[in-house]
Design a binder for this molecule. Structure first.
Ligand SMILES: Cc1cc2nc3c(=O)[nH]c(=O)nc-3n(C[C@H](O)[C@H](O)[C@H](O)COP(=O)(O)OP(=O)(O)OC[C@H]3O[C@@H](n4cnc5c(N)ncnc54)[C@H](O)[C@@H]3O)c2cc1C
Ligand code: SF4
Length: 521
């Protein structure tokens, strides 16, 4: 007997977890299917050696690149998905990102929904995920229906000094909107302890607003919601007409199980969602489920990202570094009329983390010393949807990810902008001019482009749109070619924009949730 539910949601990350929360109160029978387990709560959650060097929580799955070379993806299969490990920087896309934008490397296409369609759901998502931020400082901030629900996370002195320097140079730095449960007014009661192992690590004290803590666990408090873990969906089967998913085939520890639901939602992350639809090819859908347009798996985007360490003679004692961002060059600058992107921080790097992807060592430094003396920037530029950048399957059904970087000139210019800003900083107040020279006269910036295995910001592989010839999903994220199949993760993004994707995935899940509630009523 195949168990039947009203809704089955495959994947419990930013997309699936948030949708489960949105539907939990309807009383409908909802099944969450997750290939991973809960992240074990243990001291290693906060060990940079275990997390970054040994990759303890990373999947062991092996993918391949277009040349057949092995790819060890930096991705995590757990209840809560990659939000268990994210840095919780929760940005709205800019209003303009929903329209067509001309980049140096080509066109960033328009979305089938406008910023105004998304705005109420962004506001809801910020409330749900307890975002701490400030409006009206970032010049690219889109109009919002409400203030942030919590005040911004304060800068530590070194980051405040940098912020003051940027402001003195006429720039408009702002506080990163963050989903951490930090109460700086009542530190003794604050769930978040403001530690150095946040970005990339699970939160041992459940103070990070991730999809498990905020959505999945509360949804499971409803008796009508069920979660099965260790349940890898291998295939979706359809009715003879091909219009309906009738069977969800699951591999659970080597045993095959099957489930069925009136509505089936795929939210496995953009790469795995595309792979699942491709693996589900049948007579009615010979190129893969919902793939008459031949767009499933195509247009993979992952951002043009760099980690850039500005190393100084003075130490940087910051603990929680990811509080400052700069969007002044998001759409261009006085001297260049094309978008460049977004500047912010990664969590404070340490020697162990650097060993995992060691940059060239600065003269006279060890990795450990370098990490103690660096400001660690995270730069994001938009990559454009190229149909040849795509997810396919090899003969055994394993994932192959083909990607050729594009639109890189803007990123190069963004790096140059940051270098220029850094070289104009004020002298160090503690050590005077000597330090200042040591700090910046060396002009020591060690840049590292994130390699292909860094799939943290994956998106674009099952795009939504109004035309079934050029998109797989409609504006409600329902497959054009099936009546009961939805995809609710970053697969639907027609463009990647240049800010982090999670809040948009969450807001979109809430939007699709509204549509599904009407459909289920
Ligand atoms: C280290 C790191 C830092 C990040 N920092 C930020 C940040 O600061 N801000 C931000 O906006 N974004 C950040 N991101 C990205 C963010 O985490 C993702 O954009 C987001 O989690 C994607 O949501 P999703 O629902 O699409 O997929 P996921 O969160 O990856 O969830 C997909 C789920 O589906 C499950 N699954 C996959 N395939 C199957 C299958 N076949 N059967 C059953 N289950 C399946 C997976 O186990 C997983 O739980 C970061 C990511 C990483 C890795
Ligand atoms: S305690 Fe706060 S800073 Fe530390 S991991 Fe948890 S949410 Fe992040």
């Amino acid at each position: 007997m195949v168990e039947r539910y009203d809704v089955a949601i495959i994947g419990t990350g930013a997309g699936g977890g948030t949708l489960a929360w949105a539907l939990a109160g309807t009383g409908k029978r909802i099944l969450l299917i997750e290939r991973g387990e809960y992240v074990p709560r243990e001291k290693d959650n906060w060990s940079t050696r275990a997390v970054n060097l040994e990759g303890k929580y990373n999947t062991n799955e092996v993918w391949r690149d277009q040349d057949g070379k092995e790819l060890h993806p930096h991705t995590n299969y757990y209840v809560g998905g990659n939000t268990k490990f994210y840095g919780a920087a929760l940005f709205r896309l800019r209003r303009e990102d929903f329209g067509e934008i001309k980049h140096h490397g080509g066109i960033s296409p328009a979305w089938p929904v406008s910023y105004e369609d998304m705005e109420p759901y962004y506001t809801q998502a910020e409330r749900l995920y307890q975002v701490h931020g400030e409006r009206g400082v970032d010049p690219t901030d889109p109009p919002a229906g409400a203030p942030y629900p919590h005040p911004p996370v304060s800068h530590e002195p070194r980051v405040q000094q940098l912020s003051d320097d940027f402001a003195r140079l006429g720039r408009r730095p702002f506080h990163v909107p963050l989903g951490v449960m930090l109460d700086e007014k009542n530190p003794q009661k604050s769930r978040c302890i403001r530690c150095e192992t946040c970005d990339g690590h699970p939160c041992l004290v459940y103070a990070k607003s991730d999809a498990q803590v905020i959505c999945v666990d509360p949804a499971l408090a409803h008796p009508s919601v069920t979660l099965v873990t260790g349940a890898h969906v291998t295939r979706l089967e359809t009715s003879a007409s091909g219009r309906e998913v009738t069977r969800i085939v699951v591999d659970r520890g080597g045993v095959t199980e099957a489930y069925a639901a009136g509505i089936v939602v795929v939210a496995c992350g953009a790469i795995n969602s595309a792979a699942l639809l491709l693996r589900s090819a049948n007579d009615k859908h010979p190129r893969g489920l919902a793939n008459g347009s031949d767009t499933v798996g195509r247009h993979y985007m992952g951002h043009v990202n760099s980690v850039l360490m500005a190393v100084s003679k003075c130490p940087n004692p910051t603990v929680f570094q990811k509080t400052l961002a700069l969007n002044d060059f998001y759409f261009g600058s006085e001297d260049w009329d094309h978008p460049m992107g977004h500047i912010s921080f990664v969590g404070k790097l340490d020697g162990e983390t650097l060993k995992a992807g060691a940059p060239a060592i600065a003269p006279g430094f060890t990795l450990d010393l370098m990490a103690k003396h660096s400001l660690d920037f995270w730069l994001t530029s938009e990559d454009l949807p190229d149909p040849d950048n795509r997810v396919t399957l090899d003969r055994e059904g394993n994932i192959v990810l083909a990607y050729k970087p594009n639109n890189e000139e803007g990123h190069r210019r963004l790096i140059a902008k940051l270098k220029s800003l850094m070289s104009q900083q004020t002298k160090c107040r503690v050590h005077g001019h000597e330090c200042h020279e040591g700090l910046f006269a060396r002009n020591l910036y060690l840049g590292q482009r994130i390699p292909l295995a860094g799939v943290a910001h994956q998106n674009g592989t099952i795009r939504f749109g109004r035309d079934p010839q050029t998109s797989a999903l409609d504006a409600n994220c329902k497959a054009h070619e099936l009546d009961n199949l939805y995809v609710v993760d970053a697969s639907c993004f027609p463009s990647s924009a240049a800010v982090n994707p999670a809040l948009t995935i969450m807001a979109n899940a809430l939007r699709v949730g509204e549509h599904l509630k009407e459909r289920l009523a």
